[in-house]
Ligand binder design. Structure first.
Ligand code: SAM
Length: 282
C-alpha cells in the first residue's frame, strides 16, 4: 500500500468527485428518513495543504485553489461543497482540504450515519482522530472490499456507498465490477458512486463494457477530462460511476462539469460528459 492521498488532495479529480458526492448526499436529505453512507476507502479525512506531500506535487493549485479563486460558490449546485471547504480553512486557519468522510459528515442530519473504512494503519489513526467521540461516525480499520461484502445493506435501508480505491492493483477495474455485482445483488436500491482515473481510453471503455454487461441496472458515468485523451499513461480525467442515480443527477452533474470546465481545464479540449451505461430495470 504505497498510495497516500495527501499527495493529491484538492486536485482537479478531488474537486470533480467531491462536488458530485455532495449532490448525492443532498438528494438523500430530501426525505426525513435516516440514511447511511459507507466510505469504503476513506483516506485521512482532512488534508493540510502546507504539508510536504501537498507542496511537493502542488496538485491543488490546479484544482481547488482555482475554484476558490472564482465565483463558483454563487452556483447553488456547488455552494454546499464549497461552503464546507471554506469553513474548514477558516477553522484551521491553514490552507486545508476536506476529504470525502469530512464532507459527508458535515452534510449529515442527526438521524444519519457514516461508516468510514481505511486500511492503511497510519492513515486510519489520523482518520479516527478526526471523528473521535462522534456518535454518528464509525471509523473502521478494515479492507473496504470486505466491508462492501459484509456490511451492506444498512439497517436504514437507504443510503450511498462511495468506493474510491487507489488503483494500485492491476486488476482494480475488474475487481470493482465483480464486487459491485455482488453488493448490488444484496442491496439493489442503494446508490453506489465509484471513482476511477481516466488514463487510457481503451481501459475505460472496457470497464464501461463490463459494467454494462454485469446485469446491474441504472448506471451512469460522469466524466470530466481536463485535456484530450493521451496515449501515455497519465491522468487526463476523473470519472464517477453512479448506480441508481437520483433522477436529477445527470442534469446536475452536467451543469457542475460545465461550470468547472473553464476553471479546471489545462487545454481547450477539456469537457464533461455523461454516459448512460445501463438503463432502469424493467
Ligand atoms: N475517498 C478519499 C477522499 O475522497 O477524500 C480518498 C481515498 S484515497 C483515493 C484511497 C484510500 O484507500 C487511501 O487512503 C488508501 O490508504 C486506502 N486503501 C487502500 N486499499 C484499501 C482497502 N483495501 N480498504 C480500505 N482502504 C484502502
Amino acid at each position: 500500500m504505497n498510495y497516500r492521498h495527501a499527495f493529491h488532495a484538492g486536485n482537479f479529480a478531488d474537486v470533480h468527485k467531491h462536488a458530485l458526492l455532495a449532490r448525492l448526499v443532498d438528494y438523500l436529505k430530501r426525505k426525513d428518513k435516516p440514511f447511511r453512507v459507507y466510505d469504503t476507502h476513506a483516506g485521512i479525512g482532512v488534508y493540510d495543504l502546507t504539508a510536504d506531500e501537498a507542496v511537493r506535487t502542488g496538485e491543488f493549485h490546479q484544482g481547488i485553489q482555482r475554484v476558490l479563486a472564482s465565483d463558483a460558490d454563487q452556483h447553488p449546485l456547488l455552494s454546499d461543497y464549497l461552503a464546507i471547504v471554506r469553513e474548514l480553512n477558516k477553522q484551521l486557519e491553514l490552507p486545508s482540504y476536506p476529504g470525502s468522510p469530512y464532507i459527508v459528515r458535515q452534510m449529515l442530519r442527526r438521524q444519519d450515519r457514516l461508516s468510514a473504512y481505511e486500511l492503511h494503519p497510519a492513515d486510519f489513526k489520523t482518520l479516527a482522530s478526526h471523528f473521535a467521540g462522534d456518535v454518528q461516525v464509525k471509523t473502521i480499520e478494515l479492507d473496504g472490499w470486505l466491508a462492501l461484502g459484509g456490511h451492506v445493506p444498512p439497517k436504514e435501508k437507504r443510503g450511498l456507498v462511495l468506493i474510491d480505491p487507489p488503483f494500485e492493483a492491476v486488476d482494480e477495474f475488474s475487481r470493482i465490477v465483480e464486487q459491485l455485482s455482488r453488493a448490488w445483488q444484496r442491496w439493489s436500491s442503494g446508490i453506489y458512486a465509484i471513482w476511477y482515473p481516466i488514463k487510457r481510453r481503451s481501459v475505460v471503455e472496457e470497464f464501461h463494457r463490463q459494467l454494462a454487461q454485469s446485469g446491474i441496472a441504472n448506471i451512469v458515468a460522469a466524466e470530466f477530462c481536463r485535456e484530450s485523451d493521451a496515449d501515455e499513461h497519465r491522468l487526463v480525467g476523473s470519472g464517477l460511476i453512479v448506480i441508481n442515480p437520483p433522477y436529477v443527477f445527470a442534469q446536475e452533474a452536467q451543469t457542475i462539469m460545465d461550470i468547472l470546465q473553464p476553471l479546471l481545464a489545462i487545454s481547450p479540449n477539456a469537457r464533461g460528459t455523461i454516459k448512460t451505461l445501463a438503463g432502469e430495470r424493467q
